[in-house]
Design a protein. Structure first.
Length: 269
């Protein structure tokens, strides 16, 4: 009989030796289902689950409730000392329809957390307000208040962005251009009476993530976990990392965060 430790070592060896076949199966699946986000989600869960037993346990128990693309919410809870226990506060900037791919839906819907939602796309405002209880701010989060910018409300909701960032990555975007007012995220947080310490911040604005972060008063606000999408745009990823590390936030799980970057605040470091 092979012991548990030896069995795991043997399985890891098999995985290493058979990597080409595994990669081939993945490629065949991707060709058959080119738009599948489920494959990426499951692959990430398997890979990170081998590194973190707490994360694996959360995926097994709560994975069906999470709407996050890479289980970003469960990654956070796996690092949080008290796990799912206790109340918390979230901020999600850029959330599509408020449910699909939302990094905070599970927190609100299943755990009763409070928070703030920021989404300037006028075509989804009614849907968000019908599905979510957290207050919605429809201004575009920015590093300056009161400007008027052009916003591309894309046919693929998750790709909507400020027009000036529409060609920054590999995505093709088709949609309607509408004017939007801007607000610093700090202004939004003050308007919504958000606490100074916020457990979870998600920023996914398809290009303007750095400007969103620059609109926060980090002398006043602190965060346990910050999730920022970069869509594999290296210059954007590096600029955000330089900005947040200077503020004391530590990048984590680089090999698993894929199109995102995840940062731990002091409480989780």
């Amino acid at each position: 009989m092979v012991s548990g430790g030896n069995s795991r070592a043997l399985l890891r060896l098999c995985l290493k030796l058979d990597a080409e076949n595994i990669a081939a199966r993945r490629q065949l699946y991707s060709l058959a289902h080119p738009q599948s986000s489920l494959l990426s989600k499951l692959e990430n869960a398997l890979a990170l689950g081998l590194e973190s037993g707490r994360f694996a346990a959360l995926v097994e128990r709560n994975g069906g409730e999470s709407r996050a693309e890479l289980f970003q919410d469960l990654v956070f809870f796996s690092l949080r000392p008290q796990g799912l226990e206790g109340a918390g506060y979230f901020v999600e900037v850029g959330l599509g329809d408020g449910v699909n791919s939302s990094n905070t839906f599970f927190m609100e819907h299943s755990l009763g957390w409070r928070g703030v939602l920021v989404e300037p796309n006028p075509s989804v405002a009614d849907r968000i307000q019908a599905r979510r209880t957290a207050p919605l701010d429809t201004r575009a989060a920015w590093h300056r208040d009161g400007e008027e910018l052009e916003f591309l409300a894309a046919e693929g909701i998750q790709l909507s962005t400020l027009v000036q960032f529409a060609e920054d990555d590999h995505h093709t975007r088709i949609g309607n251009v509408v004017p939007v007012k801007t607000a610093r995220l700090e202004t939004v947080l003050q308007d919504k009476n958000a606490p100074d310490h916020i457990e979870f911040l998600s920023v996914d604005t398809e290009g303007s993530e750095l400007e969103v972060l620059q609109g926060i008063d980090f002398n006043r606000r602190s965060f346990d976990f910050i999730c920022v999408e970069h869509n594999f745009v290296e210059a954007k990823r590096d600029a955000v990392e330089a900005f947040l590390t200077e503020k004391g936030y530590c990048p984590i799980y680089r090999e698993f965060s894929r199109f995102d970057a995840w940062y731990a605040g002091k409480r989780l470091q």
